[in-house]
Design a protein around this ligand. Sequence first.
Ligand SMILES: Nc1ncnc2c1ncn2[C@@H]1O[C@H](COP(=O)(O)OP(=O)(O)OP(=O)(O)O)[C@@H](O)[C@H]1O
Ligand SMILES: [Mg+2]
Length: 356
Amino acid sequence: MSSEDRIPTGIAGLDRVIEGGVRDNTTMLVVGSSGTGKSTFAMQYLNYGLEHGENGLYISMEEPPEQILREAKMLGFNLDGYYEKELFFFHSKGKDFVKLVDEQLPALVEANKNYAVKTRVVIDPLTPLIWAVQDKQEQREIITKLFYTLKQLGPVLITTEEHASPGETIGEDVLIPIYMSDGAVHLTYRPIGGAFNRALEIVKMRATRHGEEVYPYIFVRGVGVVVRTTPLVSAEDVRKYDDVFDKAIRTAADLGANERMLERLVYVKENWSYPFSPKETLQIFFESQGLNDTITKEELEKRREETASQITEPEVAESAEVIQQDVEPVQEEEYSQDDEPLIEIDNLSELEEMIQ
Ligand SMILES: Nc1ncnc2c1ncn2[C@@H]1O[C@H](COP(=O)(O)OP(=O)(O)OP(=O)(O)O)[C@@H](O)[C@H]1O
Ligand SMILES: [Mg+2]
């Protein structure tokens, strides 16, 4: 699926790490314990759609619409102007769930069938339904039907309260909704103070190359939640990082690194998956291998001679050849031209310049 088919969630920072947004007609679950920011996520998501010409459907299982709109205002989203024009509510309680899922929502989908405007759907939270249906099989069936029906309206965001026991990564009661959703993000709050006490992780996102880090997030009045993500590595970045590696490999060869180390550098190049330049890592690695010390011309010549004598052994020569095929070979002329200055490294910053 191309990026044009993505629908931005409006949750600042999240779209960066899910290829630009969610896919239409899919469900995304936001799981977190009390106070992690689930309702803020839901309002931000709904508000983005409303501000971009979509309709919104809010399914509430506990609170009446007036209370939800009041709470939205407290979170910084004034949705009053959309009420019953673009934003609609379904308020369902207790035993009504079965009727909601079996009759009311399918009827709504049917009535909306030929309606061109996309409807963004929110359920915040799904928890009362999970608790109302004790039998796991029945729970699974009702959630499957609910998700299947709502997805026909547009992209759906569902929140679920988590009550994880100590030692559990994710509470057992949310496993079925996670399993049934197309995407799931997990919000955690560790009251330990500091900027990193709230964090988001993407548990899954079907058909999406998504970020795999633990992302801290903050609440910003007027915005909602801001997830502090780093954009994923683009093809252009990959090319830039490859250049850094190629230069580093040439530098390492010039500094007399043996084939084993060059081979390792090629391996690191092929496996680099971080969204930042490998430059610093390479500098640290070079330093750990004694490749950034002051190297005199004589020392450099000595290292080259040593390397040259090593590659007369047949099996080493073979592996050197492999490296030369994989990596852009170091230009022979660079060595033979007497008038070309030899590489001298005095300190880290010079090495840095060379790698740049
Ligand atoms: N501007 C802010 N600065 C710091 N924290 C904030 C800010 N706004 C909201 N919060 C935090 O967000 C929490 C409420 O967020 P929200 O209602 O979205 O959470 P929730 O996961 O839906 O909670 P619940 O499970 O109780 O419904 C507050 O308890 C508060 O800790
Ligand atoms: Mg809430």
